[in-house]
Design a protein around this ligand. Sequence first.
Ligand code: NAG
Ligand code: NAG
Ligand code: NAG
Length: 150
Amino acid sequence: MHSTSNTPVFMVACLLGVCVVLMGAHGTPHGVALSKHAGKKPHAYLLLNHSIPETPHIRSYSNSSLSPWAYNISHEDDRFPADIFNAYCLHTGCLTIKGEETQDLLSTPIKRQILVLRKKADRKGENYFMLDYMTITVGCTCVRPHVQQH
Ligand SMILES: *[C@@H]1O[C@H](CO)[C@@H](O)[C@H](O)[C@H]1NC(C)=O
Ligand SMILES: *[C@@H]1O[C@H](CO)[C@@H](O)[C@H](O)[C@H]1NC(C)=O
Ligand SMILES: *[C@@H]1O[C@H](CO)[C@@H](O)[C@H](O)[C@H]1NC(C)=O
């Protein structure tokens, strides 16, 4: 789907817990300016901060929602982040306030695209990271059926 010709290619060197992604074959960081030379891949470098900032307490509505959901963990060693939570709806219909399922409404996944880094190896066996899109499900919501017959 995505053209690979303009996909940024990164090489990573890890120092003091901070990964410096060096650009191109010469390995010299050139800031984030992108090379616009014809036929060349855009070059920039990327700093990966491995220290995870404290996350504020976020209330989960996964169980109290009328379209409740649970999570599966997607794990890939060669991806950053390696673990990603993916929600899935627990019912096809929605729950009433009494907790009974009704098929008049539909539990529907809410999806969004995120960016991840994927570790790859080039023909020489050198590792690089590719910035890639991934579609994840963050939760479910309750919707009216799309087609209604009267
Ligand atoms: C990395 O992230 C931590 C926590 O968010 C922050 O305190 C620190 O300053 C960051 N390091 C750099 C080099 O930006
Ligand atoms: C939701 O329910 C599951 C199973 O009953 C439980 O393991 C989980 O801790 C609950 N989550 C929240 C946020 O209450
Ligand atoms: C999530 O994991 C559960 C248990 O392994 C499985 O039954 C379910 O099909 C998975 N759902 C999705 C959407 O991958």
